[in-house]
Design a protein around this ligand. Sequence first.
Ligand code: AMP
Length: 283
Amino acid sequence: MDILIIKDIDSLRAVRREWRLDGCTIGFVPTMGNLHAGHLNLVTKARATCDKVVVSIFVNPLQFGPDEDLEAYPRTVEQDTAQLSAAGADVVFLPSAKQMYPNGLENQTFVEVPGLSYMICGASRPGHFRGVATIVCKLFNMVQPNDAFFGQKDYQQLQVIRAMVEDLSMNVSIHGVPTVRASDGLALSSRNQYLSADERHIAPRLYQELAHIGRGLEQRLDMRNLIRESSQRLTQQGFKIDYLEVRQAQTLQPPSLFDKDLVVLAAAFLGRTRLIDNLRVNL
Ligand code: AMP
């Protein structure tokens, strides 16, 4: 069956009501569009888990800082819709900013997950995770999914969503789906297309250094040395590092000597492009 394109909340709710009456479970994949194999893998997982799959495409202004790439963010809705149809999604939800924020952003009620939202990416992008939590909460209220699927590529985002769902007793199962990478290891991202040919050539180094740190931690090498050496190599290659950190995998706090479940997290600029990536390490 063809994919249903829905642009308004009432129509979405009407379709969802019918599905519920039919006893269908609903899987949900929120995105900002410009879809690649990483997004489509989330759809495949949702397809395998639930009877019906809704994918939203909305470039959420509330999660962009004033100097960020909201205007430039790639918008490719027709191509995205064709890919979603081929991947077996039932509905693509394409709300306008007016639908999502009818009263503007100024006095918008928000959801904020304290602690987790202020560290690492949140420290560099104030208000970002408030914007993410708020839009995901709103979308959950509209779609009312049984299951929702998020990429581990945005690891901190996944932890923020998990905390929101737990703290606010939301009735949604959150699935974290492994990062899809290019053959050279670079995590797929809509922002990769901002990279020049030279930058694209260098970009996989970020993941290589995460893997290097991961191996070092497994060999019980000194964490701080590993980070310092990787930082130096990345800087030499032309990266401007925002952060490169090892954290406890659930709380994202600096790890104690006894923590075994770790994540290495990085954000770095190559030219104008901010790349993020991470690697889980189990000692
Ligand atoms: P975005 O459109 O960038 O907001 O991403 C929408 C969803 O796709 C988020 O849950 C992301 O974590 C996920 N995602 C983005 N890139 C990848 C990737 N390379 N592998 C897996 N999931 C991804």
